[in-house]
Design a protein. Structure first.
Ligand SMILES: Cc1cc2nc3c(=O)[nH]c(=O)nc-3n(C[C@H](O)[C@H](O)[C@H](O)COP(=O)(O)OP(=O)(O)OC[C@H]3O[C@@H](n4cnc5c(N)ncnc54)[C@H](O)[C@@H]3O)c2cc1C
Length: 297
């Protein structure tokens, strides 16, 4: 189906983009990679009268290290993140996640800012960025804001953004030395959205015990979920099989999935437990300096 007719703008500055968004209010939408918005428009589930494309605005894309964090311009494409050696070495969990988003065409166009603004409960970036403690910077006619990820994504397909507010940057703190992360997604077929996914970031102490840990679950709730009780079971503990099994069961209990074409509630909870144990093992090996590839075997 063709989208409903709309007026298209492609401003060269962020200020002009925000002026246009302020002027047209709820009738206008930001266009980034178009990988979620355009399909919705074709299905007429979204019918904005005005589209404001961010593509020509300089300085909205790119990856760089900045004072203990890695900064991503909101328009940074999934493919740029996948190819970044900085991301692969410092944020392997994020590399795992971008590498399994859709297919090559989607990764070439889709952006980090668009993924977060779209807030798909089965999106791959939110669980990872939640576990990594990412913050998001925005700009609107009212000024700048910085939000934690859990403040930005408030419900399924619902981000706390004003109609003239643009995500400009995502900042991810660089995990301390001796830590590692892993993200695992179970999909029905390559390129599909997750049935369930788990991201774990941990630090391993010199004696081999677990230090700090953050666990986030994807596709098993209206937003990504921090499994805080499972984290508490493992934090500052020497982890054996029995404890890991208990923590995996706890993570399954903290999931809040709904039954849909991808699976039943029981099946998704079961997947969370399995992915949890596997992700924990890979994150631990990475924390101890081992290179582990989750994507190609
Ligand atoms: C077939 C298919 C398979 C996919 N598979 C996956 C998958 O496996 N995993 C996954 O995570 N994703 C998947 N996606 C989604 C993909 O990652 C999209 O790139 C992403 O969801 C949206 O990013 P975008 O840049 O394309 O945003 P757009 O489609 O341009 O915009 C999406 C929404 O965000 C708003 N928006 C965009 N940028 C900003 C900004 N900077 N500030 C404020 N609002 C903004 C738009 O107004 C719109 O409401 C898939 C998409 C398709 C079509």
């Amino acid at each position: 189906m063709y989208p409903q007719a709309f007026e298209y703008f492609s401003p060269e500055t962020l200020e002009s983009a925000i002026d246009l968004l302020s002027k047209y209010g709820e009738d206008a939408k930001v266009l980034a990679g178009g990988q979620s918005l355009i399909p919705l428009m074709k299905l007429r589930l979204a019918s904005p009268k005005f589209l404001v494309n961010l593509d020509r605005i300089q300085g909205l894309s790119g990856i760089e290290e900045q004072e203990g964090a890695i900064s991503f311009g909101a328009l940074t494409r999934h493919a740029e993140i996948e190819e970044s050696t900085l991301v692969k070495s410092k944020l392997p969990m994020l590399h795992d996640a971008v590498s399994v988003i859709g297919d090559v065409q989607i990764r070439n166009l889709g952006t980090i800012g668009g993924s977060l603004a779209h807030a798909d409960p089965a999106g791959d970036l939110a669980p990872v960025l939640l576990a990594l403690g990412a913050r998001v910077n925005t700009l609107s006619s009212s000024g700048k804001r910085t939000l934690k990820l859990e403040e930005l994504i408030v419900d399924a397909y619902s981000a706390d953004l004003g109609s003239d507010e643009v995500i400009t940057q995502v900042l991810v703190p660089i995990p301390q030395a001796g830590s590692g992360g892993a993200y695992l997604k179970f999909e029905r077929r390559a390129g599909d959205f997750a049935v369930a996914s788990v991201g774990i970031q941990i630090s391993v102490k010199e004696d081999g015990s677990c230090g700090d840990i953050a666990v986030a679950l994807g596709a098993v709730g209206v937003t990504a979920i921090r499994a805080k009780k499972a984290e508490a079971l493992l934090r500052e503990k020497r982890v054996d099989d029995a404890l890991l099994k208990e923590a995996a069961a706890q993570a399954s209990a903290e999931a809040d999935p709904f039954s849909d074409i991808r699976g039943s509630v029981e099946y998704k909870r079961h997947l969370v437990g399995v992915l949890f144990r596997r992700a924990f093992a890979i994150a631990s090996r990475r924390a101890q300096g081992e290179e582990v590839n989750t994507v190609h075997g």
